[in-house]
Design a protein. Structure first.
Length: 418
């Protein structure tokens, strides 16, 4: 006889933010189990716990080591997993909570953004095989030194997908505080519409470009192992959004632009008056890569001030700004010239859709929408399925609304770039 289906259910921080919400989540899990499923649950820290822990650390030491940050931040999930197991027990269910050292989630040692390298799912298999509900602390792992690591903000999504792969789960459900994936952040764009089916590649871009509803790494893993994801609300029973592989012959009309996203955690750095010779960019970006700093947009231009010199501007995540500036200043000294200026006042607004491959004029329409709103574009980057612009952070929400409107994304069956 086949064992009952195995379901991985992930609940985000807002879904377990209070004891009442936690009890509500417990009842949902119990209902799922009583439908005849084996349940592995992944939980995030309650509400704003992770932010609060980070703020607390800054009051003690403005520049703590990342190893200690990981130990601190992982505490949030340790608390919520234990409490959720208790809530399940209060419902009369057999439940057990686990944190990273018990879960066999092995990662590399890149503290604060570690990658999962292996999962030994045997303990969890045994647990659910015995009829218990396993509640796992999301966001954390253990490196080869047995030090606690974390997977990057929003990392519980990745824990959930990785566990679904390791346990060969039948379904992976992501429960959050909105009904699914929308054409834009529904908290910023009131007429954003829920998308019933979205492709891995579109969701990967959206997540990488700032739509926090799913962490981008989790989509990478889901795509690689072909795990369809169901993103839905923990507060109601509405069906959510399915994230699926791209169909070969999609029945539905594909709009050019699927969604618009904003990333306000962006910072811009400019190095001016660099020597104009081979190897400069390699040295700068090699040094940043060595420090595990992801660089996004890069623009190089001849220096306005001095002939034979170059300026290079690029963007990094705000949390990497200080580290990147320190590195760049050191490299500029080695290169024998250059000044470094930086600003933490930019945002990146992006449109995404696989339909862009076959529609012309999409980027121009986005630029026009920004122009009409008086929003200056500082940098642009494009790929086959996205266009991103760096703009003033203060204008980011307005930019999202304008772009959403110009592509008529709020309309039921919008077909953009007509
Ligand atoms: P969780 O705590 O469940 O992990 P997050 O706060 O990480 O939830 O993600 C959910 C939030 O993502 C929503 O409340 C919403 O404001 C935001 N969001 C941004 N872009 C989108 C989008 N395109 N669709 C849905 N939600 C989005
Ligand atoms: N608690 C972590 C965070 O706030 C992980 C997560 O919520 O997925 O980033
Ligand atoms: Mg999240």
């Amino acid at each position: 006889m086949n064992p009952p289906p195995l379901v991985v259910m992930k609940f985000g921080g807002s879904s377990v933010a209070s004891p009442d919400r936690m009890k509500n989540v417990a009842r949902r899990i119990v209902a799922k189990k009583h439908e005849g499923n084996r349940c592995v649950v992944v939980v995030s820290a309650m509400g704003d716990t992770t932010d609060d822990l980070i703020d607390l650390s800054k009051k003690i030491n403005p520049d703590p080591t990342e190893r200690e940050m990981d130990l601190l931040m992982s505490a949030g999930e340790q608390i919520s997993s234990a409490l959720l197991a208790m809530a399940l027990q209060a419902e009369g269910e057999k439940a057990a909570a686990f944190f990273a050292p018990q879960l066999g989630i092995r990662t590399d040692s890149v503290h604060t953004k570690a990658r999962i390298v292996d999962i030994d799912g045997s303990r969890l298999q045994k647990e659910v095989g015995n009829g218990s509900i396993a509640v796992c602390a999301g966001f954390q792992g253990l490196d080869s030194e047995n030090d606690i690591t974390t997977l990057g903000r929003g990392g519980s999504d990745t824990t959930a997908v990785a566990l679904a792969v390791a346990l060969r789960a039948d379904v992976c459900e992501i429960y959050t505080d909105v009904d699914g994936i929308y054409t834009s952040d529904p908290r910023i764009v009131p007429d954003a519409r829920k998308i019933d089916r979205i492709y891995f590649d579109e969701m990967l871009e959206l997540a990488s470009l700032g739509a926090k509803v799913m962490m981008n790494r989790s989509i990478e893993v889901a795509k690689k192992y072909n795990v369809p994801l169901h993103v839905r609300s923990s507060l109601n029973n509405n069906s959510g959004s399915m994230i699926v592989p791209e169909e070969e012959n999609p029945m539905m009309e594909r709009p050019a632009v699927r969604a618009v996203a904003v990333d306000k955690d962006q910072a811009r750095i400019t190095a001016t008056d660099l020597p104009d010779k081979p190897g400069v960019a390699a040295k700068i970006f090699g040094s940043l890569a060595d420090a595990n700093i992801n660089v996004d947009m890069i623009v190089q231009s001849s220096s306005e001030q001095s002939a034979g010199k170059n300026d290079i501007s690029f963007t990094v995540g705000s949390t990497d700004l200080k580290k990147a500036v320190d590195r760049l200043k050191a490299v500029a000294v080695e290169l024998g010239g250059g000044h470094v200026v930086s600003g933490d006042d930019v945002a990146k607004v992006s449109i995404v859709g696989v339909g862009m491959r076959s529609h012309a004029g999409v980027a121009a329409r986005m630029f026009q929408a920004l122009a009409e709103a008086g929003i200056n574009i500082e940098m642009i980057s494009t790929s086959e399925i996205k266009v991103s612009c760096i703009i003033d952070r203060k204008q980011a929400d307005e930019a999202m609304r304008r772009i959403h409107a110009v592509f008529e994304m709020g309309q039921p069956a919008f077909v953009a770039a007509r």
